[in-house]
Design a protein around this ligand. Structure first.
Ligand code: FAD
Length: 513
């Protein structure tokens, strides 16, 4: 689809029509997201001032920004709710039921993994490489049907050092009131070090695995450009320096012209741009299917889709895993259920929250936008693909029973489009897909990897929208623990144990030097 050369601004009537249609389509989640938006953008101002800013922003967005952005844009009459990634052929579709409709569920296993996204399939992969014992992977829908098959498709180097430190430091003021501010900062620094070191290794392990196994997952390691730090003057330079001081050199600042070369974004020289050099892009669902297919081809892993786990009961020397197809007894359980966890384990209610993000796919898009690059604007992210653009925005807290539920938002799609058009200039787009998904967030925005009881039940979660930066190394770690393998410990309990969020008072915190 070629770019339009005849872009004309809509007239006032058209602007009101667009605004009224968007307003009529707003749902509870958009209203729920408004305070988060105001807090993020007008942080330190008073509630009244935030409200005034929000109203002015809304008038401008509904009557100016979005109507301008939607010129040249059309929508499929009924947009599909299936993500761009999940429209590809799933080699494990309805596994094993398509080929063996009466396949019996095993009654015993060494390990049961609940969930088949990035995390569950990585557990299966590592197990198949290390053990001849029996692992059963249970998935209530299809492999990759959760966040892993509905995301942006960027393989991140984890979150950058300063961000991890900032979020942890903020949270320590609640969980560790006994510490002074400098002590909290020192402890947060240790957390950030542990996280980023493990994330860097995770990224390299993923690349190695793709190469060694010959996985065809559309992997390209060209980096990820975050296009706007204008609202936080000085922050990018500080964050780059702070990372570099710790020996973490992936996150750098680049000039606008370099960003334009990489992404096609006409940023201009005065814009401050962050660049994660070793981030990559891939087909996230194909990654899940490749890992799981490899694991299932061994004798040690079996996978059952469309099999929901209702309950996990500790029965002494084993767990009883109750499913929609019968009970399995297993010595170990790994919860790879991320934002869905609180439905299965109520103790995670309000400790591991489901945060919903909206995404959409449009055919066409800016000719200048480069493929195989992660990109972000001030309030949204986007990526170019052979037939169009994937885009997304939003971070809305939803109740546990809404985890994974797909909600479409025409307002958020339009908002993303207007941001892309604003950056790249207006291009022709036809929106065919709109979906959403939830990521699992802890309050300190730091993952939890370890035992959730004092026995043999593990969790890997709280990856806070950066699961590609944690899951593979995290799964390796848990499998090594189960098999008692002596390997470097990338996820020490003092940082990653779930007790940090479940019972902070009794968590064994790291010491401060
Ligand atoms: C819109 C969006 C964009 C994102 N973009 C990126 C990105 O570009 N890069 C990145 O690194 N991260 C991104 N993320 C986050 C990333 O997708 C997640 O961190 C990652 O997918 C988590 O993987 P997971 O396997 O732990 O969880 P999920 O993929 O959510 O898998 C959990 C699985 O468990 C299953 N399950 C749950 N409960 C049960 C049960 N009781 N019984 C059986 N099965 C169960 C679910 O059906 C699901 O398939 C994004 C997230 C969203 C929402």
């Amino acid at each position: 689809m070629a770019n339009s050369k005849t872009y004309q601004r809509p007239n006032i009537v058209r602007r009101f029509i667009v605004a009224l249609m968007l307003l009529a389509g707003l749902g509870i989640d958009e209203y729920r997201a408004a305070p988060t938006w105001a807090a993020r953008n007008y942080g330190d101002s008073s509630p009244f001032s935030k409200l005034v800013h929000l109203i002015i922003w809304a008038i401008k967005t509904f009557l100016v920004t979005i109507p301008n952005g939607l010129t040249n844009v059309t929508f499929e009459k009924t947009t599909a709710q299936i993500s761009y990634w999940l429209s590809a052929e799933n080699p494990l579709h309805n596994h094993p039921w398509d080929n063996q409709p009466n396949a019996p569920l095993p009654t015993e296993a060494d390990v049961v993994v609940i969930g088949a996204g990035f995390t569950g399939s990585a557990c299966a992969y590592h197990w198949s490489k290390q053990s001849t014992g029996k692992m059963v992977v249970l998935e209530m829908n299809e492999a990759a049907s959760g966040a892993s098959g509905r995301n942006e498709g960027v393989v991140v180097m984890g979150r950058f050092f300063s961000y991890v430190k900032k979020m942890m430091s903020l949270n320590l003021s609640t969980t560790r009131e006994d510490l002074s501010a400098p002590q909290r900062s020192a402890m947060a620094k240790k957390f950030a070090r542990a996280y980023v070191a493990a994330a860097y290794r995770n990224a390299d392990m993923i690349e190695q695995t793709i190469q060694n196994e010959g996985f065809e997952v559309e992997y390209a390691r060209n980096g990820w450009v975050q296009g706007d730090f204008a609202s936080q003057p000085g922050y990018l330079a500080e964050s780059v320096q702070e990372s570099a001081n710790e020996g973490f050199n992936d996150w750098i600042e680049i000039e606008g012209t370099q960003a334009e070369d990489l992404t096609g974004m006409p940023t201009g020289n005065d814009v401050v741009v962050g660049y994660s050099q070793k981030a990559a892009t891939w087909h996230p669902a194909k990654w899940v299917w490749a890992l799981l297919s490899k694991a299932v081809s061994s004798d040690s892993v079996s996978f059952f889709s469309r099999t929901r786990v209702w309950k996990v009961t500790d029965e002494g020397d084993h767990y009883a895993i109750q499913t929609t197809r019968g009970v399995i007894h297993a010595k170990y359980v790994i919860n790879a259920t991320e934002s869905y966890t609180a439905k299965l384990h109520p103790e995670f209610h309000s400790k591991l929250s489901a945060i919903q993000t909206h995404a959409a796919f449009a055919e066409g898009g800016p000719d200048a936008m480069k493929q195989d690059m992660g990109m972000g604007g001030p309030n949204s992210w986007f990526g170019k693909h052979p037939s169009g653009v994937i885009m997304g925005t939003g971070a809305t807290h939803v109740p546990p029973n809404q985890a994974g539920v797909i909600k479409q938002s025409r307002f958020l799609t339009s908002f993303c489009i207007s941001e892309i058009q604003n950056i790249f200039g207006n291009s022709r787009m036809h929106v065919t897909r709109e979906w959403s998904c939830t990521a699992g967030f802890t309050d300190d925005e730091f993952p939890i990897i370890g035992l959730i009881d004092d026995k043999r039940q593990y969790i890997i979660a709280g990856m806070c929208g950066s699961g590609s930066g944690v899951h593979f190394n995290g799964a390796r770690h848990v499998i090594n623990k189960i098999l008692n393998l002596d390997e470097p410990d990338d996820y020490p309990e003092e940082f990653f144990s779930p007790t940090r969020v479940l019972d902070p008072t009794n968590h064994c915190w790291p010491t401060i030097d």
